[in-house]
Design a protein around this ligand. Sequence first.
Ligand code: FES
Length: 175
Amino acid sequence: MTTETSAEPTRRDFLYIATGAVAAVGAAAAVWPFIAQMNPDASTIAAGAPIEVDLTPIAEGQDIKVFWRGQPIFVMNRTQKQVDEARAVKLSALPDPQTDEERTKAGHEKWLVVVGICTHLGCIPIAHEGLFDGFFCPCHGSQYDSSGRIRQGPAPLNLPVPPYQFVSDTKIQIG
Ligand code: FES
């Protein structure tokens, strides 16, 4: 003699479950293109779409490199010492005079955002290297300070500051 317990799925239960699963997959498949199209694809980003950068993983004294419009961008969380040194420099000592205040955002002084392309012949400088606690270009020896300003060597101009803004205390949008 066999007994049937309610815990065992019947054939009808199976059909309900299978139908529900197919409906859920179908709904997700229908929604996915709408979600996916809200994110710019790689070619759109390469063409210059703005990018957002989360600053929380960047410890004080560290930097990260991201890419915007195919260019390397350094985002540096400067120490107070680096900020103080950058702000103490006389403009007359700079080949391309710019104050640190002009190159950073008020209220977010510790953050430096610069295009990581040497203004001499386009090499990528190394962060936290060189004589001025900023960037050193290994190709021909250009030295940039902790504000990304050219201080010595053949490069004629400061590292450019790309267009960017703070969208919160811990996130910037570049572009
Ligand atoms: S490319 Fe950087 S110093 Fe020449």
